[in-house]
Design a protein around this ligand. Structure first.
Ligand SMILES: [Zn+2]
Length: 69
């Protein structure tokens, strides 16, 4: 089955029995369990970046208001 490679975003191959994921483009060769963790970790990291961005933006706005008053 063709799936999206979590590493290089190209086309990877998921074995029919969901045992492993292989990508010829970046030599990815992991079990399906690792693949799920890989994707979950990428999503979590993405959320963290969004969270940090929101916090830092709020802090910057508050600081700017103090300076301009
Ligand atoms: Zn790949």
């Amino acid at each position: 089955m063709k799936i999206k490679c979590p590493k290089c975003k190209d086309v990877a191959e998921l074995s029919p029995d969901f045992a492993f994921v292989k990508c010829d483009h970046c030599n990815l060769d992991i079990s399906y369990g690792e693949y799920v963790k890989y994707v979950a970790h990428s999503d979590a990291r993405y959320s963290d970046i969004l969270g940090d961005y929101t916090v830092s933006t709020e802090g910057h706005t508050a600081g700017s208001l103090d300076e301009w008053d």
